[in-house]
Write a protein that binds this ligand. Structure first.
Ligand code: ASP
Ligand code: MG
Length: 412
């Protein structure tokens, strides 16, 4: 029998009615002849509640016990969905990470999947045609036998990894939107659903702020060539819509230059004024930041006129801003800058598209369009298939809308 992995996010299993609706989606695929493994998230809001309880219990806590607590949300939904499936006559069994097992690293709270043994689930497929209902977001750290979780949004990664391990025909990720959009439909009403998007573009979109999929899940899908659909669980289970297929670039016939516009508010800017323009200065700033596990994204260093001093501007995640500032202030005598300026009311707007590889002037067009609207660009970075601009947060909507129509993405 061909195999299928179906993943349902928190809003899709938010209560028993929705879990019943999920069961009907599963029933459809079982009747179509698939052996099905379903991966479920915790009910909407549940993981946040569990995380908050851990913090309330003690602000500083053992990461292994954090995992013991937060992994419970998925266990509840896996069991409930198995009960509901059985009640409509579909053989089903729930599986926790350790029972499969899904082996992970020991980085509790943000563990990586090391391997999945699909043999037990496969045996249940073959012997009993039984649906496997798998608790997402969790696995087991084999040397200690302890539960480990995969980081927020990790059920997506559970699903794609399971699809690879079971050699499933597809991995269908059901969520509360009907696919991947050209940009956030809450900001741009003319945003369009994409029929197809390449792994690489999806990876950039996920990394640059589009929240549909966990970044790691897209990396895995790309690595193992897992055909992944993003689709809506709120569709009529008897008449589902296709959603968005994430696939190889070669499988997309009508490639646009720009496929999507993403934005991220999770940015903060730091500028060091009048830093000595001598070898080793960049290292004296960025090595300590790296040692403190602070991810630096955009970096601009101006060529100095007098060869004596220069300004360096860079961005860090908003959550690390205070820590980065304190660290650099402590290092001020060593680095030897004149002053430090920071801004948190900034946003990074990015345009993504594999077509950029073969077209010149794609970014230039954006700079002009934003200038015409009076939007000042604070920093720019580019790579082969994307460019990003840091702007004042107040202009987010204007900038996203402007770029969306500039690259012909507006729905008719
Ligand atoms: N329940 C976990 C979270 O909220 C994992 C997931 O839903 O993917 O992050
Ligand atoms: Mg999610």
């Amino acid at each position: 029998m061909p195999r299928l992995v179906m993943k349902f996010g928190g809003t899709s299993v938010a209560d028993l009615d929705r879990i019943r609706n999920v069961a009907r989606h599963v029933e459809r695929e079982v009747k179509a002849g698939y052996d099905v493994a379903v991966v479920v998230s915790a009910m909407a809001g549940k993981t946040n509640e569990l995380v908050a309880w851990c913090r309330e219990a003690s602000m500083i806590h053992d990461a292994r016990e954090y995992d013991a607590v937060v992994a419970s949300g998925e266990q509840v939904t896996a069991g409930l969905l198995a009960i509901v499936l059985q009640s409509i006559g579909i053989p089903a069994r729930s599986w926790q990470g350790w029972q499969i097992p899904i082996e992970t690293s020991g980085a509790h709270g943000s563990a990586r999947i090391l391997g999945i043994d699909g043999s037990k689930i496969s045996a249940h497929f073959e012997e009993r045609r039984e649906v496997a209902v798998v608790a997402g977001f969790q696995g087991v750290h084999a040397p200690t036998g302890r539960i480990a979780t995969l980081g927020r949004g990790g059920s997506d990664t559970s699903a794609v990894a399971l699809a690879a391990a079971l050699e499933a025909e597809r991995c269908d990720i059901y969520t509360d939107v009907d696919g991947v959009y050209t940009t956030d439909p809450r900001i741009v009403s003319k945003a369009k659903r994409l029929d197809k998007v390449s792994y690489e573009e999806m990876l950039e979109m996920a990394s640059l702020g589009a929240k549909v999929l966990q970044v790691r899940s897209v990396e895995l899908a790309m690595l193992y060539g897992v055909k992944t659909y993003v689709r809506s669980s709120f569709d009529d289970p008897t008449d589902p819509k296709p959603g968005t297929l994430i696939c190889d670039e070669e499988d997309i016939v009508e490639q646009q230059t720009v496929t999507g516009i993403a934005y991220s508010k999770d940015e903060a800017q730091i500028t060091l004024r009048r830093v000595a323009d001598t070898p080793g200065v960049a290292a004296s700033i960025f090595v300590p930041l790296a040692d403190a596990a602070i991810n630096v994204d955009m970096i601009i260093q101006v060529v100095s006129r007098d060869h004596a001093t220069t300004d360096i501007t860079f961005t860090v995640p908003a959550g690390d801003y205070a820590r980065a500032r304190t660290l650099l202030e402590e290092l001020q005598p060593k680095i030897g800058y004149e002053s430090l300026e920071g801004a948190t009311d900034v946003v990074k707007v990015s345009a993504i598209g594999v077509g950029m590889r073969s077209h010149a002037g794609v970014a230039a067009k954006a700079f002009k369009a934003l200038a015409d609207k009076g939007v000042n660009i604070r920093a720019i970075t580019t790579s082969e298939i994307k460019f990003s601009m840091l702007i004042d947060a107040a202009y987010t909507e204007l900038a996203v809308r402007t770029l969306h129509s500039l690259y012909g993405l507006d729905a008719a």
